[in-house]
Ligand binder design. Sequence first.
Ligand code: NAD
Ligand code: TYD
Length: 337
Amino acid sequence: MTTVLVTGGAGFIGSNLVGLLRRERPEWTVVNLDKLTYAGNAESLADLRHDPKHVFVRGDIADADLVDHLLREHAVDAILNLAAESHVDRSILGPGIFVETNVSGTQVLLECARQAKVKRFVQVSTDEVYGSLGPAGKFTEESPLQPSSPYSASKAAADLLALAYARTYGMDVIVTRCSNNYGPYQFPEKLIPLMITNALEGRRLPVYGDGLQVRDWIHVVDHCRALLAALDRGKGGEVYNFGSDNEWPNLEIVQRLLELLGRGRELIEHVKDRPGHDRRYAIDASKARRELGWAPQVSFAQGLEQTVRWYQGNRGWWERVRSGEYRSWYERNYGAR
Ligand code: NAD
Ligand code: TYD
């Protein structure tokens, strides 16, 4: 029997991970701790509402008393920490909460895990901690940490704390760094869902600067499977990069999305560039392939088309996000309990 604590499980990657865990590890209990910030959407977990092995708890990873209580009450074996403020643009407008959640919150979780003797801690991080690449090369686990934005700086700080807990206290902590994810349930402020939903509403598609910035895209389920591989087979104190060898300039992605939606390029609008905008990310995931026996399975053509169809078929989900109605879903469904 295994009990895992997934934090941030009402977010994009977290809700996909919790779904995968319940499908593929049915004997495991998943305790899901999520603060339900603007990015958390309990509706993404609607299918698990009556699942006795999914325990949803609304709360903050920075709340030590709550975390300590949950770890002991449920005898948690392992933690997958996905809770975070995750949007670069928001971190430029207001960095404070990024330090509170991503840095202090992670430290609280690590400390509670240490006290409760949790067996394994997976810190879910990002390739953005490595900063920006020139036209050639890829990030390896040995690349220097050179974060550009308050978001990536806060994630780098959390990575270093996690590795410090491994070194100092001998805790079994693993850090994973993944490239840009896409797929169902992504909040429509990130590039791919923003462009799809804007196009579906006939709105303009705001491309920052020249749109030639390059991101390396991976399907969210491939990332979730990589996290399970790290949980199962990773070595404590190690860092693993995850990516799909799938680099594209933003403008090409936007054009492909418009083609899949049958819309014209006139919707594209070049807008002012993001300050400190990283030009290119590309990740070398050969260590994860070699040591974790993991490989991505979803091709970009297949994954992108499936994602577009998901947003077309789940219009209610993102319309309720856009209207703000999603924020009351939790109260409406759990409030009376
Ligand atoms: P998201 O913004 O969709 O979800 C974050 C979730 O964390 C939300 O449900 C939110 O309510 C919750 N949360 C925020 N603050 C919290 C707090 N203090 N306590 C408890 N819960 C809190 O983010 P995502 O895209 O799903 O990313 C998940 C993790 O993966 C993050 O740590 C992110 O840095 C990392 N990551 C994301 C990507 C990507 O492309 N999206 C790539 C690599 C790594
Ligand atoms: P984003 O989805 O915010 O992820 P990240 O900044 O963490 O990589 O952005 C992906 C790329 O798309 C990035 O180069 C910024 C660009 N972008 C736009 O051009 N327009 C937009 O409206 C958004 C949200 C992003």
